[in-house]
Design a protein. Structure first.
Lengths: 301, 310
């Protein structure tokens, strides 16, 4: 018996089983449609904004949105505003080089992925424990290999959904925006999609962790929601300046344990600057998953 | 050599004691029936043997290699769990291939074995159908098939024939009987006449303990007991004179003879029938041993009486 081989088999099986389910179809619609509708709204807002600018400059309105965007992004005023918002000039300089559509996709993915993942994956293991289908696998391999395989399968699902969302955004951009940088936007969507995946992995670990703690499907969904809210609030507290004044050592020390505290770092231009957060997010996914697994190995399957 | 040896196995669900020191010894190569009323602990025992449930106390020795450990027993011990659903979106064949590969088979061997197992349960023509498209009975047969993937040495089957039509029950009975000597089967069922026809070893359970176990001949006392159905009164004095060491009980129309160890039922038959014919008593039927059902009822009655005394 080889644990890695078994985990890979379970992951491939879980992914295939998930892709054939109605749940996947619903997720696909939710994810891709969400990205497409969101992008359409973004394009609409961009068009309105450009119309206002064109009016103020006394030039003709553009037929398609996007004509003035690159010029606007290159102005020192935008850089100044962005630097002020982020309190980081290097990061602001990086962001103004990113195609606006990719920027929008990155922002929306980092914002919505955690909830989407927790809502959709927190029953990935509990549903199999509840229906008993896990038992057919659990006398053929270890619980760890099986659970890691389930994590791998759900990670595969997350990668597919993230990629399809990015493709949807790219298509909307290509159709709706004037002067659309096809290659540049695709490259940035891929980069930001990969970062969103890593960020999402921490929440996937959380979802699969709570899924191992109970046989009840509803119980694991409720636990997932509670855990998501709890780590969101706790993460927020660790970054809240007024709270840090009360616990100047403890709060910064535990800050890395909460995924939201790594979100801004993911936009850093240098890979070396992003690496600690990327590694920490993967480790957090593993940690949350491991806590849940420690509960599962001690109980009946 | 034992395929399964259990000692002092205990398991509680909260305040409910499912197993109270269960002890079982099942020899290798037999088809063993596990008999007991609802709540006797059969499914819990299967779960512990198959490694999906955690015991509170006790020892389990599977194939001489200790308690269930996937590293040692994966592929050697298989389980048909009770009331457990199969993954609904996968094709029947793909599911069996997955299970085969998970227990260490190569892709080619797993495909070959999946086909073989589907033939065993008459589902070869449904191989590309998804589980959710199958009827309840067909799903049950797929669940039975997965327990025979690979070359398991010990197969645990919890209510394998529940929900199946009579022709499929007969088909599975033949399948189980054909395994005798090749591997050890432990079958839990409430259908006692079915088990009597299938098994050569029986374990009876009641309230989490084993109340009786042994070969089917020992349990049903086929070598010691003769039941003779007659018309009219039995010549009891003549029978007792001819069979002085034999315990003879009479109910209206029925004579039950239980011989001591060493006296075969064939011998009992020969003597008793001669006496009855000499006294011109019409004989309607002669039955060796006791049905498993009757034996189980006896066993339950004894257990209840023992409880009352205690």
């Amino acid at each position: 018996m080889n644990a890695f081989r078994d985990a890979a088999l379970v992951a491939a099986f879980d992914l295939a089983e998930s892709v054939r389910s109605r749940k996947f179809l619903a997720l696909l619609v939710l994810h891709v449609l969400g990205a497409v509708v969101g992008t359409l709204l973004f394009v609409e807002v961009l068009g309105e904004f450009e119309a206002v600018v064109a009016d103020q400059l006394g030039v003709a309105e553009t037929y398609k949105p996007g004509t003035l965007t690159d010029e606007l992004m290159a102005t020192p005023e935008v850089l100044e505003v962005l630097s002020g918002m982020l309190n980081d000039e290097a990061l602001a300089s990086e962001l103004i080089t990113v195609p606006p559509l990719a920027l929008f996709y990155g922002w929306i993915a980092l914002f919505f992925l955690p909830a989407l993942i927790v809502f959709t994956s927190s029953d990935a293991i509990s549903s199999e424990l509840s229906s008993g289908s896990a038992r057919y696998a659990l006398f053929r391999t270890t619980r760890l290999a099986w659970a890691v395989g389930k994590l791998g399968g759900q990670a595969g699902l997350l990668a597919i959904l993230t990629a399809l969302g990015a493709v949807g955004v790219w298509i909307v951009g290509a159709v709706s925006l004037a002067g659309f940088d096809h290659a540049g936007t695709a490259w940035w969507l891929a980069r930001l999609g990969a970062r969103a995946f890593v960020y999402g992995f921490a929440f996937l670990g959380l979802a699969l962790g709570v899924s191992q703690m109970t046989r009840s499907v509803n119980g694991s969904r409720a636990l997932g929601l509670v855990a998501l809210i709890a780590i969101g609030i706790l993460g927020g507290i660790t970054m809240w300046n007024e709270a840090i004044e009360y616990a100047p050592v403890a709060l910064p020390a535990i800050q890395p344990l909460f995924p939201a505290t790594h979100r801004l770092t993911l936009w850093q231009p240098e890979f070396a600057a992003r690496l600690p957060s990327l590694a920490m997010l993967l480790a957090l996914g593993g940690l949350y998953f491991g806590v849940g697994h420690a509960v599962m190995v001690r109980r009946d399957a | 050599m034992s395929a399964l040896r259990i000692k002092g196995l205990r398991k509680a669900y909260g305040s409910v004691q499912a197993l109270r020191g269960l002890a079982i010894d099942v020899p290798k190569g037999v088809v063993c029936g596990l008999v007991g009323p609802n709540g006797a602990g059969k499914t819990t025992a299967f779960g512990i043997i198959g490694g999906v449930l955690k015991p509170d106390a006790g020892e389990v020795d599977l194939l001489g290699a200790g308690r269930f450990d996937p590293a040692v027993h994966a592929g050697r011990v298989t389980l048909l769990p009770q009331d457990c659903e199969l993954n609904p979106h996968t094709a029947v064949e793909d599911l069996l291939v997955f299970y085969g590969r998970l227990q260490g088979l190569s892709r080619a061997r797993a495909h070959k074995d999946a086909s073989r197992c589907l033939e065993l349960v008459d589902l070869a023509d449904r191989r590309r159908m998804r589980i959710k498209q199958l009827s309840h009975g067909m799903r049950r047969r797929v669940a039975v098939a997965q327990a025979f993937v690979g070359d398991p040495e010990l197969v645990l089957l919890d209510e394998p024939t529940s929900g199946l039509d009579p022709s499929q029950v007969i088909r599975l009975r033949e399948l189980f009987q054909a395994q005798r000597g090749q591997r050890t089967l432990i079958i839990s069922s409430h259908v006692l006449h079915e088990l009597q026809a299938t098994c050569d070893h029986v374990v009876m359970m009641e309230a989490g303990v084993c109340t009786l176990s042994g070969s089917i001949d020992e349990v049903t006392r086929i070598g010691q007991r003769v039941t003779i159905r007659i018309q009219g009164d039995a010549p009891l004095a003549a029978l007792r004179a001819a069979l002085p060491e034999v315990q003879i009980a009479e109910e209206p129309g029925t004579l039950v003879l239980i011989g001591p160890v060493g006296v075969s039922s064939t011998e009992l038959n020969k003597v008793a029938l001669r006496v009855l014919l000499d006294h011109e008593v019409p004989i309607e039927a002669v039955e060796r041993g006791q049905s498993l059902e009757a034996r189980w009822l006896d066993s339950r009655k004894q257990a209840t009486e023992a409880d009352e005394v205690a």
